[in-house]
Design a binder for this molecule. Structure first.
Ligand SMILES: Nc1nc2c(ncn2[C@@H]2O[C@H](COP(=O)(O)OP(=O)(O)OP(=O)(O)O)[C@@H](O)[C@H]2O)c(=O)[nH]1
Length: 200
């Protein structure tokens, strides 16, 4: 969930989508400004963090990049549970990947946090000559389902920072009175003592 301390928010964000759609590549572009032509398939999930500034807040995204292979499907709830935001990624050159994305949308609608800010990313938009999914078709689907929608390219960086920025702008701003910063500080000594106890 998004939490607030002054104007600093921490927001857990999960990436979901078919294998090969470009989830890891989008994160690598956003976090490190890099792109790999032969990005390895994710095993289990990978964690990253990146901070963005929007007009009224600084948002630290805690990003879970999940594995798209079907055999890892059962792990996904661990990553989307409690998430403030999700990016569901499909590959504009593969119609099946949009079908898979729609299944993720349904799963989040049934089992995810109801206040989650969800975005649909039509990735690989640099491959216009291989396009199978029309922009307007995906946009209409996104509008019907209340999703933020952008076509992205991890390769050329088109719309990659933008999708994270748009999400950051839409995250609910928690009331400081409901989430006093003192609560967070009070948790820390207990965590430290647990950590030292386990190592002694
Ligand atoms: N042309 C192009 N290729 C891309 C883009 N994004 C990713 N790729 C390529 O697509 C392949 C798959 O990308 P990944 O980022 O591993 O995809 P993934 O969704 O994380 O895949 P899993 O980990 O198997 O779920 C890689 O070879 C990438 O280089 C893009 O925007 N444009």
């Amino acid at each position: 969930m998004a939490t607030i301390g002054n104007t600093n928010l921490n927001a857990k964000l999960v990436l979901l989508g078919d294998m090969g759609a470009g989830k890891s590549s989008l994160v690598l572009r956003f976090v490190k400004g890099q792109f790999l032509e032969f990005q390895e398939s994710t095993i289990g999930a990978a964690f990253f963090s990146q901070t963005v500034a929007v007009s009224d807040a600084t948002v630290k995204f805690e990003i879970w990049d999940t594995a798209g292979q079907e055999r890892y499907h059962s792990l996904a709830p661990m990553y989307y549970r409690g998430a403030a935001a999700a990016i569901i990624v499909y590959d504009i050159t593969r119609t099946e990947s949009l079908e898979r994305a729609k299944k993720w949308v349904l799963e989040l609608q049934k089992q995810g946090n109801p206040n989650m800010v969800t975005a649909l990313a039509g990735n690989k938009c640099d491959l216009e000559e291989k396009r199978q999914v029309a922009t307007e078709e995906a946009r209409a689907y996104a509008e019907e389902n209340g999703l933020l929608f952008l076509e992205t390219s991890a390769k050329t960086a088109i719309n990659v920072n933008d999708i994270f920025h748009e999400i950051a702008k839409r995250l609910p701003r928690a009331q400081p009175a409901q989430q006093p910063a003192g609560m967070v500080l009070a948790d820390r000594p207990a965590e430290q003592s647990r950590a030292s106890a386990c190592c002694s």
